[in-house]
Design a protein around this ligand. Structure first.
Ligand code: NOJ
Ligand code: CA
Length: 555
């Protein structure tokens, strides 16, 4: 017996028309400063990306999502933007950017760029003007400035803590305070200010005119704020519901006015440019609003990333998100790893602790990597999970290095960390540097082929075995698994739906409308291999389907 999830969706194949390419795309996230360093200064750059376009082509991805490449002091890895319409001179120029777009497009790879609307950097010209212009000025109104509490305003306007720990308000020379939900170098914009709105529309057009195919919208759910004269305490704020659009900061209903306007700009282009929201919201229904065709069009769902390697959780997540995407008129997104979380090859190798794997990864990092980690199990499960994901309807977002089965780096010396989360919350937040270590391209040599001038975060000795060079020639490597899977996915791609096929306990089995079947055995022992021709498997398969293994089948 089978359960039909949705068989009505229109057929979006690889040849689907230009306006819908994103619906089932495989999108590869590049964290530019850690990808490839062409000029040997230790920092990845745009020329490095250009030099690796053949690699991306060979991998078989449809698009690249480029994390921030704008001028930045790197107080938060580039999510502190000095100028939204330029390239960080440390990593390239606008000419390099144009060359990169051309090289990607020539390889038939689309480009999505990160845009950061909730906050700028404190070096942004507008913030500098706000500091100079003083209290009550139009310049200050572009940000969120307040007088402090206490007799002389010496106390912050509220006791709020930033997302990275530490206070969310910082005092400036004339005594006022500004709000920053993240690091103090990241002042929040005031989105009630028309100039702020208009400037972002200009920025969208600037990059669309330069040929980008879409945007990944950072902290999309945080831009609209309603801050009363008397602010709630942090404890009170934590108690306010985020389900009805009335929380003072998160996921307010008015935030959608912003993205409705953005959509009009994105639709000025042919084909319309796409956008994907990073929106951590309370429910599938709230998320669907960002993904509406009248707004950004797509939203990340982090459910698989937050789940254990567990068939019940996976099945529930898949069914819910396919339903949700249908309601939104969007396609769903899947993601296991990105630049903010412990890599999934490591998460899945950690011994069970209380709570979920993301948390366990943090515990493991805080232990300096001394808590038990079974690297082989982690990799086996990661490969099975990724092959499961690549068979699902919707877009798959991949993070650089996961195609190598790369694990998290735990042993970064304290004085070499870069992430503000590590510094602002000492001993509590391990930071995110462990997934941002520059990629290994070669088995050995200077920074494992990342560049000739070392790596800006230290690479461990085991990186060589997970390098592109080491994996390239090994038919069973994770790299070759991803390559084969992405090529087959392109060939097999089907309507955006699946039906679950009855399966033994601990096994998930689904079938796409064209007969493409995906079977994952989550248990550790073998189970019966369903009938069909095995197209690909995440590990060795004989007469049975071994534990922690995924196969794609065709009858
Ligand atoms: C989400 C980004 O993914 C993260 O890396 C960043 O620190 C915050 N937004 C703040 O911009
Ligand atoms: Ca460089």
């Amino acid at each position: 017996m089978t359960t039909v999830i949705d068989s009505e969706a229109a057929d979006h194949t690889a040849e689907a028309d230009a306006a819908t390419w994103w619906r089932q795309a495989a999108v590869y996230q590049i964290y530019p400063r850690s990808f490839a360093d062409a000029n040997g200064d230790g920092i990845g750059d745009l020329q490095g990306i250009i030099s690796r376009v053949p690699y991306l082509k060979g991998l078989g991805v449809d698009a690249v999502w480029l994390s921030p490449f704008y001028p930045s002091a790197l107080a938060d890895g580039g999510y502190d933007v000095d100028d939204y319409r330029d390239v960080d001179p440390k990593i390239g120029t606008l000419d390099d950017f144009d060359e990169m777009v051309a090289a990607l497009h020539a390889a038939d790879i689309k480009l999505i760029v990160d845009i950061v609307p909730n906050h700028s950097s404190n070096r942004h010209v507008w913030f500098q003007q706000a500091l100079a212009a003083g209290k009550g000025s139009p310049e200050r109104d572009r940000y969120i400035f307040r007088d402090g509490l206490g007799e002389n305003g010496e106390l912050p306007p509220s006791d709020w803590t930033s997302m990275f720990g530490g206070p969310a308000w910082t005092q400036v020379a004339d005594g006022q305070w500004y709000l920053h939900l993240f690091a103090s170098e990241q002042p929040d914009f005031n989105w009630d200010n028309r100039e702020v709105r208009d400037d972002f529309l200009t920025t969208l057009r600037f990059w669309c005119d330069r040929g980008v195919d879409g945007f990944r919208v950072d902290v999309a759910h945080g831009c609209a704020k309603k801050l009363d004269d008397v602010l709630p305490t942090q404890a009170e704020l934590d108690e306010i519901s985020t389900t009805d659009g009335n929380h003072p900061i998160w996921d307010r209903n008015e935030v959608h006015e912003i993205y409705t306007e953005w959509r009009q700009v994105l639709n000025e282009y042919d084909p319309p440019r796409i956008a994907v929201a990073e929106a951590w919201v309370a429910s599938a229904e709230r998320r669907a609003r960002y993904a509406s065709p009248n707004e950004l069009g797509q939203a990340f769902n982090f459910d698989l990333l937050e789940a254990d390697f567990d068939p019940e959780q996976f099945r529930e997540i898949v069914s819910t998100n396919l339903d949700e995407a249908k309601i939104a008129g969007s396609s769903t997104t899947w993601v296991f790893s990105n630049h903010d979380v412990v890599r999934h090859a490591t998460r899945y190798g950690l011994a069970p602790l209380n709570g979920r794997k993301v948390k366990q990864g943090r515990e493991w990092l805080l232990s300096g990597g001394t808590l038990p980690l079974d690297v082989e199990t982690g990799l086996r499960r990661a490969r099975a999970a990724s092959l499961f994901m690549l068979g699902l309807p919707g877009s798959a977002y991949l993070y650089q290095g996961e195609e190598l089965g790369l694990g998290e780096v735990a042993d970064i010396p304290a004085d070499e960390h870069q992430d503000p989360a590590y510094f602002r919350n000492p001993g509590v937040d391990p930071g995110r540097d462990g997934c941002r270590v520059p990629l290994p391209w070669t088995r050995d040599g200077e920074s494992f082929g990342f560049g000739s001038g070392g790596a800006h975060l230290p690479q461990p000795s085991w990186f060589g075995d997970r390098s592109v060079e080491a994996e390239d020639s090994d038919p069973d490597s994770t790299l070759n698994l991803y390559r084969r899977a992405l090529a087959l996915r392109e060939e097999l791609q089907a309507a955006e739906s699946l039906e679950w096929v009855d399966s033994p306990e601990n096994v998930l089995h689904f079938r796409r409308p064209n007969g493409w079947e995906v079977v994952t055995n989550f248990s550790t022992g073998p189970v019966e291999l369903p009938a069909g021709r095995v197209l690909i498997s995440s590990g060795p398969v004989g007469d049975t389907l071994p534990g922690e293994t995924t196969v794609w089948l065709r009858s």
